[in-house]
Design a protein around this ligand. Sequence first.
Ligand code: OAD
Length: 251
Amino acid sequence: MAELSRADLQPLAERLLKADLVGALTGAGVSKESGVPTFREADGLWNKFRPEELANVDAFISNPKRVWDWYNWRRDLMGKVDPNPGHIALVQFDSLLEEFVLVTQNVDNLHNRAGSANVIELHGNIERNKCHSCGRFVDEVVFEKDTLPKCDCGGMIRPDVVWFGEMLPEQAITTAWQVAEKADVFFSIGTSAAVYPAAALPFEAKRAGAYVVEINPVPTELSRVADLVLQGPSGEILPRIADVIREVKGE
Ligand code: OAD
């Protein structure tokens, strides 16, 4: 990717500075440069593992140990990596722009760890646990030999992530939808835009009149409707956008 010049990004920066509300939807690609695998790329998780055996309520009921082993492996991996320059540039959007809301499909907690202020988690957060029966949040889970964590109510504790076939957290999807409808500019960053309802957000933003910007090294379903497609890694493109916003602001 040739480096994006100030001239390439100045019209976008000016538009962002005029916007009352800027929204963004992020996906696994935004964390790839931190070392977190994506799902649908050639080396992605869903090319190595079967989602119906791991990210699915029936799988948890029939084989909770297999599901927990997989989530503990991912939790461990995600706990060892750090936010990358893309996450950090998105934190800077909070102070550079009038209002910025970050909607993420990622469960890796890296936007929060980077310091983003307004993060809406559509698919949960792998660092949290909850009871599958009563819904109570549980801070610490203990895995004693051959036993899995149980709630005081007797229910099974599970990671607080959304599995295939489950509803998204109602407040999160409602707020995300409002952002898509109200935003003047809406980004889709590092997502294949393939999993609904999250994938509908940039399309809804476009329908409602937002200027839609996609950042991804490869084209997606969204590319043909996006107003601007910036092809490349988000860890390089987002810091360039933040730099040009600062230059246009004279900071
Ligand atoms: P995918 O694996 O479907 O897509 C990742 C996207 O990131 C691809 O389009 C890549 O081209 C792009 N990408 C790769 N490297 C990148 C980089 N350095 N910078 C920017 N983009 C890059 O992941 P998601 O779209 O996040 O859901 O998947 C959506 C949902 O499907 C996930 O939240 C998960 C999964 O099943 C659940 O588990 C419920």
